[in-house]
Design a protein around this ligand. Structure first.
Ligand code: AMP
Ligand code: GLY
Length: 426
């Protein structure tokens, strides 16, 4: 198969690493990719919002399968666009239709979907300019803390948790009246605060059947002990030590199955990954959010634990044959530790040279590039999250220790990484 993988982060590096291991992968292209993905295929420089160029690459390179890494092209309808393009009707696309991607693209849509299909989630109300005053009254009598969510995509920044009513009303005004998150945030979901432990489950569905991939937990805050602002993710672990078969059974029965059946019942075309973000309270799962793609950095621990041939698996998803597939998982723990640019998630400098990546011991560790580019034979930083090292171990502690040892061999100016990934499982 000739495969085109869209995206440029650590998730895409992990997917490229796995795809390239398959005997079914005849040729792999990654667009735009990073300095890590070029070790496993050919990078093609393009913008992911330029659907016409993506279409031309599919035609020119005789692509059989497109895998869409990030959410934005999915929410903008890349799947529908490619499949309806002349000469691309045969294409296998891993990633939902625009209608299916609304599970991530609109929080109000996702909440409504969960209510309709009786999927456990926090109670909520939605507000716009039309019922703004009602919203203010609602907030005044809402128990604390209050969770406010901008409806549309806001690059992971659209959720604000307010500790008092004055702050909540001010934030509500900023979102609706002053479009703090642009058009995306002019509709606001106000949600009950859920207490518990977060974790994520990843599913691959063909629209009729599904398989459950290893679960994971990511670490979103920049600072140790989960302090400071949110980032794209500073590390991840899989499996998640507190997860038990009883919980996984509840997740399957109460959330995954109703979701896949609900998509089908509602006529939402979906062949691709579903990322379920949970809050676990007293061993009960409550849905926080859907994403219409794999997580980053969760992919960097989930994919290394997947023993199946990924191309075979994705082909089964594209041809609605997932009921014939059994997922095989590496029993070892995999943990990843992400190294970021100093200053991230605020302002940071790009273009620093990265050295030392050749000295990493690859017996139990894998280097995945995130924000890197190659220039004049050098590898340079090009993003907030720069690279991560995933290691296998007997425990979370063990795997994280190995990743940190290997990260210590890598150098660039103002390199920062958390020392305490997986701290609560020691
Ligand atoms: P989201 O963008 O929906 O993933 O939300 C970002 C983060 O906000 C989540 O990972 C949670 O830590 C937190 N969060 C979202 N919704 C809730 C909720 N209802 N209760 C508590 N925390 C929440
Ligand atoms: N790590 C969270 C995400 O990919 O959205």
């Amino acid at each position: 198969m000739r495969i085109l993988l869209l995206g440029s982060g650590g998730r895409e590096n992990a997917l490229a690493w796995k795809l390239a291991q398959s005997p079914l992968c005849e040729k792999l292209f990654i667009a735009p990719g990073n300095a890590g993905t070029s070790r496993f295929g050919t990078n093609i420089s393009l913008s992911l919002s330029d659907f016409d160029t993506i279409r031309k690459v599919c035609l020119g390179e005789k692509i059989d399968m497109v895998i869409v890494g990030p959410e934005e092209p999915l929410v903008k309808g890349i799947t529908d666009y490619l499949i309806s393009s002349k000469g691309l009707e045969h294409l296998d696309i891993i990633g939902p239709s625009q209608a299916g991607a609304r599970l991530e693209g609109s929080k109000a849509f996702a909440k409504d979907f969960m209510m309709r299909h009786h999927i456990p989630t926090a109670a909520y109300r939605e507000f716009t300019l039309d019922n703004y005053e009602e919203g203010v009254t609602y907030l005044q009598q809402h128990p604390l803390p209050i969770v406010l969510k901008a409806d549309g995509l806001a690059a992971g920044k659209g959720v604000v948790i307010c500790e008092n009513h004055i702050e909540a009303i001010a934030e509500f005004e900023l979102m609706i009246q002053r479009a703090k998150f642009g058009e995306a945030g002019k509709k606001v979901v106000v949600e009950q605060f859920l207490k518990g432990i977060e974790m994520s489950v990843f599913v691959l569905t063909d629209g009729k059947h599904y398989v459950v991939l290893p679960e994971a937990k990511d670490y979103k805050r920049i600072g140790e002990g989960d302090t400071g602002p949110n980032t794209g993710g500073m590390g991840a672990v899989s499996p998640v030590p507190f997860v038990n078969p009883e919980l996984m059974r509840k997740i399957d029965e109460k959330v995954i199955r109703p979701t896949v059946e609900g998509l089908r019942a509602d006529g939402l075309e979906y062949r691709g990954f579903i990322f379920f973000g949970f809050m676990i309270t007293d061993n009960e799962p409550y849905m926080i959010e859907y994403n219409c793609r794999m997580g980053d950095p969760e992919t960097e621990v989930v994919i290394p634990r997947l023993k199946n041939d990924l191309v075979e698996l994705l082909r089964a998803a594209a041809s609605q044959q997932l009921h014939n597939v059994t997922i095989e998982t590496d029993p070892r723990t995999a943990c990843t530790v992400v190294a970021v640019s100093g200053g991230y998630p605020g302002d940071y400098t790009k273009g620093y040279e990265i050295t030392g990546t050749d000295s990493i011991n690859t017996d139990d560790s894998i280097l995945f590039h995130m924000g890197t580019i190659e220039k004049d034979g050098k590898i340079l930083t090009s993003g907030g999250r720069v690279l991560c090292i995933t290691s296998y171990g007997r425990s979370v502690f063990d795997a994280v220790e190995i990743s940190k040892e290997e990260l210590a061999k890598v150098h660039y100016t103002d390199m920062v990484f958390r020392q305490d990934i997986g701290y609560e499982f020691e």
